[in-house]
Design a protein around this ligand. Structure first.
Ligand code: KG4
Ligand code: ZN
Length: 406
């Protein structure tokens, strides 16, 4: 099934009119792939970023089969995975640096990079063994190119490019948020395009209309803090550890309804934008007032945590429903770390189902950073893009909307 076919199979036509960035007809990576038409290879102006057209011809499959090793090192998680476009996710492994950063109350970039260096190769061997895949059987390697911490990104980028060079395999740099956005495709049933995506991570609270891979229209954004960031900062105010989101959600389980009240920012703004920094400031004011009054005990902290979670979820549910209404799409995809929040999952599911729609979540382990989503996007993109030239860079800041469509 891997398309790295060699001798004895059908070769590309020698009269291909266009220069091949993949190394010429003899090295054409589609050579011998069943269903691929290896003639008239390039649709022209390849140097200008136009796509090769032959791979879509004579096959009803939108993508050629691909088995890809994915490497995620953008922040504090080393994630490795092998994804196969036919067989699905074959293996994945994750090393979380949470314990290492916990004592500092947040991610220390230099420590993160060094830990990625230690973990990435053993984890790669582990997932390859679990997937029953030799390095030579891979069709390509995908790594998180950005956004993220520059030093941490460079670890994954260097390993991926080194492997690609040594094995003669194509390498693709993946946008981390595209990984989150498409991560619900890892689970069955897979949402079909088009859909609305609510991306709620540590750095982003955004709503997108997703028409296909790389076809993203931003519908709404946060004016300031992201939802995950608000969870983390509020958790800190309540004396909880890092990462704050899961800790705050746990504390909220003991909270009592209606004891304290917080605002629902921008609920009536009439657009799909969000803002969470005012909510965090309201918690700060409340905590100070309760502290001064001597009423800030554990029970009151839990009440605040519950009300804070209700406020964030109220806003996210209202904005997501408004986005479905504005686009007319029945399907909502939720991605990013805050997508692991149980109240958000439950409330969104019932609200969308009441309207006859459906919500798709990644499995809990694929809500936060992981290698599987990078391998998935890498496979989708590699199967429809010519291989790169070995040069690489990382993009610590990178707009999702700038990605090319597939
Ligand atoms: O997507 P992610 O792993 O990393 C980024 O790319 O940002 O998201 C991490 C964020 C953190 O802010 C974390 O506190 C939050 O997701 N988070 C949660 C929960 N689990 C993780 N927030 C609320 N409830 C949770 N259960
Ligand atoms: Zn992430």
């Amino acid at each position: 099934m891997p398309p790295a076919a060699s001798g004895g199979r059908r070769a590309p036509r020698a009269d291909c009119r266009f220069p091949c960035p993949g190394g010429g007809a003899a090295k054409c990576r589609w050579r011998g792939v069943k269903g691929a038409v290896t003639l008239g290879a390039w649709g022209g102006r390849v140097g200008n970023g136009r796509r090769c057209v032959y791979r879509y011809a004579a096959t009803s499959r939108p993508f050629l089969p691909m088995r890809v090793l994915g490497i995620e090192t953008s922040c504090d998680e080393t994630g490795l995975a092998v994804y196969d476009t036919d067989a699905g996710l074959l293996a994945h492994a994750l090393h979380s640096q949470v314990a290492m950063h916990e004592v500092y109350g947040g991610v220390v970039p230099e420590l993160a990079s060094r830990d990625h260096v230690r973990r990435v190769v053993p984890l790669a061997y582990r997932v390859l063994a679990e997937a029953g895949t030799a390095l030579a059987d891979l069709d390509g390697i995908a790594y998180t190119q950005g956004p993220g911490l520059a030093g941490a990104l460079l670890v994954g980028a260097s390993i991926a490019q080194g492997l690609g060079l040594a094995l003669g395999k194509p390498v693709v740099g993946v946008h981390h948020l595209e990984g989150h956005l498409l991560s619900p495709l890892l689970a069955e049933p897979r949402p079909v395009f088009p859909f609305v995506a609510l991306l709620v991570s540590g750095g982003h609270s955004q709503l997108f209309e997703v028409a296909g891979v790389g076809r993203y229209r931003l519908l709404g954004d946060t004016h300031d803090d992201a939802a995950g960031e608000a969870f983390d900062k509020t958790a800190k105010l309540l004396g909880l550890g890092y990462p704050g989101g899961p800790a705050l959600a746990r504390l909220a389980e003991a909270g009592r309804e209606g004891v304290v009240r917080l605002p629902r920012p921008m609920l009536e703004s009439g657009d799909l934008d969000m803002s969470f920094s005012g909510l965090k400031t309201a918690v700060l004011t409340l905590v100070r007032r309760q502290h001064a009054a001597g009423t800030l005990d554990d029970a009151r902290r839990a009440d605040i945590a519950l009300e804070f979670q209700h406020a964030v979820v109220d806003v996210l549910v209202a904005k997501a429903l408004a986005a479905l209404g504005a686009t007319g799409h029945p399907r909502l995809v939720v991605a990013g770390g805050v997508g692991a929040n149980r109240e958000l999952r439950g409330r969104l599911s019932s609200a969308v189902e009441r309207r006859g729609g459906r919500v798709y979540f990644p499995g809990l382990e694929f809500c936060t950073d992981n290698g599987a989503m990078i391998a998935l996007v890498g496979a989708l993109r590699l199967s429809s893009a010519p291989p790169g030239n070995g040069a690489f860079s990382v993009r610590p800041r990178w707009e999702l909307a700038s990605l090319p469509a597939v």
